[in-house]
Design a protein around this ligand. Structure first.
Ligand code: AQP
Length: 355
């Protein structure tokens, strides 16, 4: 039996990077696998507080993320949809795994460096005052919590975008290290399952305003991303100001023409029936001006997310009590799987409640 787990931070309405890189894949897996397998999708709010959040805004974003997940097509009857902080086993397993996680390995992870705009060779023990003041333990140990999220369900497959591949490798290594430690410590047959990564074809959607960077919820410039709830007019405006180049015509060259290639990628991945590959699509559009290309991409994107936008409005208009009941159901379902694994982990490390 496959167990699929993935998460998304409630740090704003998802953008096309989240949608094409992760959420659409989650729905596809749900639709293919729900009859015989288990699918768990989490709003990972404990991860969101590794950087500064406004409590009111965060609470609202949790709701909006719940609505977004339903809007893209996740169905609480077929997938377990829940908020991470509602299932406290995540934090508990994180603590246990922290006792097996290497600081040296965590120090090589790129996320804490990129969130703090530190160079790639930055060290957590860097004595420079700016670094010491800014780096919090939670941001540094984020991958351990993420490993706990995944391992808590004995997950077999994790569908994510490419930016998460490094964290997934960390989770696998941590599971293997933990298994090794408990194998030599006691006679328990219990093992954590090292999960596999599933990358979607659109594994890295780039920012519209800085196409060498990934599209991100926390980019200061809202024009850098298209949200799954954006209206046609907003999509058109954002694409109008997307950074391209002054080369004539359309061609696909992600290295030399990152802006134009990102637009082609967007159009291709929104509707893969338009061409056999991004290269082929670029050939079909060869003679277009930048303006015409952007208008075409806007039409295809609008068409591709129209249903999601409409469903989002419907879900946001549902009575609060109905949404809360759905979240509660997800919490209970996730909790029953998580409690079982945590019980086994505790027994394996000698934290059993039996005296
Ligand atoms: N640009 C992207 N292209 C492809 N996939 C992406 N994902 C994120 N950005 C892209 C995938 O979306 C899922 C959920 O991401 P997340 O919310 O957990 O955090 P993130 O990766 O840090 O995404 P953001 O938008 O950049 O959020 P902030 O700005 O809050 O940090 C993941 O599977 C991710 O790979």
């Amino acid at each position: 039996r496959k167990i699929i787990f993935s998460g998304i931070q409630p740090t704003g309405v998802p953008h096309l990077g989240n949608y094409l890189g992760a959420l659409r894949q989650w729905v596809k897996l749900q639709n293919e696998l729900h009859k015989r397998h288990v699918l768990l999708y989490s709003i990972v709010d404990l991860h969101a507080i590794t950087v500064k959040q406004d409590p009111k805004e965060l609470a609202q974003w949790r709701k909006e993320m719940f609505a977004s997940l339903m809007a893209v097509g996740l169905d609480p009857k077929r997938s377990i949809i829940f908020a991470q902080s509602d299932v406290s086993y995540h934090s508990e397993l994180m603590w246990i795994l922290s006792c097996y996680a290497s600081i040296g390995y965590l120090g090589r992870m790129t996320q804490w460096k990129s969130k703090l705009a530190l160079p790639d060779n930055a060290s957590p023990f860097d004595p420079s005052p700016s670094n010491k003041a800014a780096l919090k333990l939670g941001l540094f140990s984020y991958p351990v919590l993420q490993a706990a999220d995944i391992l808590l369900y004995q997950t077999t497959h994790v569908p994510v975008g490419e930016d998460q591949a490094q964290h997934l490798e960390f989770a696998r290594e941590l599971a293997i290290g933990f298994n090794h430690a408990i194998a030599t410590n006691n006679n328990s047959n219990f093992r954590l399952h090292p999960p596999e990564t599933i990358l979607s074809p659109a594994k890295r959607v780039m920012s519209l305003t800085n196409p060498t960077k990934k599209m991100s919820k926390s980019d200061e410039n809202p024009k850098s991303r298209i949200l799954i709830t954006d209206t046609k007019e907003v999509i058109q405006n954002k694409l109008k100001s997307a950074l391209t180049d002054s080369v004539e015509g359309v061609s696909y060259d992600p290295e030399g023409r990152p802006g134009v290639s990102n637009l082609i990628d967007l159009m291709y991945h929104i509707d893969e029936s338009v061409a056999a590959s991004p290269e082929e699509l670029a050939k079909d559009l060869e003679g277009l001006s930048m303006r015409a290309l952007k208008e075409k991409v806007a039409d295809v994107v609008d068409e591709g997310i129209r249903d999601v936008r409409e469903k989002y409005e419907e879900v946001m208009a549902m009575p609060g009590s109905e949404l809360r009941a759905l979240a509660k159901k997800g919490e209970q379902q996730a909790g029953s799987y998580a409690g079982k694994t945590l019980g086994e982990v505790k027994r394996a490390v000698g934290l059993s409640t039996e005296l």
